[in-house]
Design a protein around this ligand. Structure first.
Ligand code: PMP
Length: 420
């Protein structure tokens, strides 16, 4: 592939035009990626990098079938969701087969943030309440309504504005590093689950006792930016049951975790236990394998409230025939190439190997994962669990020198993250 500008010129122009606060990997020496194929990316010199974190290229970079379908649809028509089109309904039918029967209403959006923001609008209308619950270290999107409930973002700011009064933060049920830990008190998973569900009850009761009314709670079904966290078994089900019994709606944010990535199940919330039925499921990232498409799925009684209040939904690009065709193609590839089973098989193997490494290296405090969503938490001391932040960064850079792209995350930036 012929470059328009040299890498250095591209870097210089980016410095001129693109605000410096825009995220850039390896800022000290950024990569210029010119081509992608399967699990690999190539820079302008032809160096080949194994991509362990691009969770958008879900079925592989530039999958030929997906690309062909997008190209064909682009050549046929690229209108909007105000016309009838096969792709709108074919995609809806396919998605609904993977979801509980009660979740049959689909709003198409262009990003996970839009889907989550729409969940807030719908929940506020439906419940008549305003407040929002979210887990600590959560990330749910980049638009105002979501930045203000994503403490992952807040904690990075030097002068954070005060958290709005309507947002209430719940301790994350992080088995390894959370408020309640297994080592200090020898708690088992069931006890941790009970303690963390009690935290939800305590905060809801305290909030309501101040006269505030809660509309919904957001959950990443596996917490990603917060450090690849898997909740204690039972936590999601018991929390959903409690909140739903009080009329508080529950959002399963599957933007990072959906479409089979967790291996054993298509949606990560299902990988905990049976009978978890969210009020909203939000989808994105991998949904179009790189083409912008996202969605919010919910119940009919919830969407009917918008309708009866005279609210019409329109989103210029959301649900256009091309993005829907990209998502249909992605679903076809997952099925035809058995990629969910592959995520399970490779994930189990990977986790077993990481556990072997953990036995040999004290710096590996914890390894955890579901399917191809994995994290390695590095510590300076296994007892105190002091985060090995600098070492984590060094390993990330060493891997890059060896042409492997991986990210670090978690509030202490001491978790090596795989989300392939
Ligand atoms: N939810 C989660 C869990 C995410 O990780 C992200 C993006 N990292 C979003 C929502 C927002 O998605 P988008 O960037 O497409 O707006």
């Amino acid at each position: 592939i012929k470059e328009f500008y040299t890498r250095d010129k591209t870097l210089q122009l980016r410095g001129t035009y693109i605000p410096n606060c825009t995220e850039l990997f390896y800022r000290h020496s950024p990569l210029k990626i010119v081509r992608g194929q399967g699990t690999y990316m190539y820079d302008q010199l032809g160096n080949k990098y194994l991509d362990c974190i691009n969770n958008v290229a879900h079925v592989g970079h530039c999958h030929p079938y997906v690309n062909k379908q997008i190209y064909r649809q682009m050549g046929a028509c690229a209108t909007n969701n105000r016309y009838l089109h096969d792709n709108t309904v074919v995609l809806a039918e396919k998605l609904s087969k993977t979801l509980p029967k009660s979740l049959q209403q689909i709003f198409y959006t262009n990003s996970g943030s839009e889907a989550n923001d729409l969940a807030i609008r719908l929940a506020r209308r439906f419940t008549g309440n305003y407040d929002i619950l979210a887990l600590d270290n959560a990330y749910h999107g980049h638009i105002s309504t979501l930045v203000e409930l994503s403490t992952y973002e807040y904690k990075k700011m030097k002068n954070p504005t005060k958290m709005p009064e309507h947002v209430h933060v719940i301790p994350t049920p992080d088995i390894y590093r959370g408020k309640y830990r297994d080592i200090d008190y020898n708690y088992d998973e069931a006890k941790l689950c009970e303690l963390y569900v009690d935290e939800v009850r305590r905060i809801v009761e305290e909030t309501e006792s101040r006269g505030r009314r809660i509309a919904l709670m957001f959950f990443e079904t596996l917490q990603s930016c917060g450090g690849q966290i898997i909740y204690p078994n039972g936590y999601l089900k018991q929390t959903f049951d409690y909140l739903q019994s009080k009329g508080i709606l529950c959002v399963a944010d599957e933007v990072q975790t959906g479409f089979g990535r967790s291996g054993s199940h298509f949606w990560a919330y299902d990988s905990y236990e049976e009978g978890i039925i969210p009020d909203f499921v939000t989808l994105g990232k991998s949904m179009g394998n790189g083409f912008p498409v996202a969605a919010l799925v919910t119940r009919k009684d919830i969407t009917q409230k918008f309708e009866s209040d005279g609210i019409e939904y329109f989103n210029t690009y959301g649900g256009n025939p091309v993005s829907c065709r990209a998502a249909i193609a992605l679903l076809d590839v997952i099925e035809n190439e058995h990629l969910q089973e592959n995520a399970h098989k490779v994930g189990v193997y990977f986790l077993t190997k990481l556990k072997e490494l953990q036995k040999q290296h004290d710096i590996i405090g914890d390894v955890r994962g579901r399917g191809l969503f994995l994290g390695i938490e590095l510590v300076r001391d296994r007892k105190t669990r002091e985060p090995a932040t600098i070492e984590t960064r060094e390993i990330q850079l060493l891997l890059r020198e060896n042409f492997i792209i991986i990210s670090t995350d978690g509030p202490d930036h001491n978790v090596l993250k795989f989300k392939s």
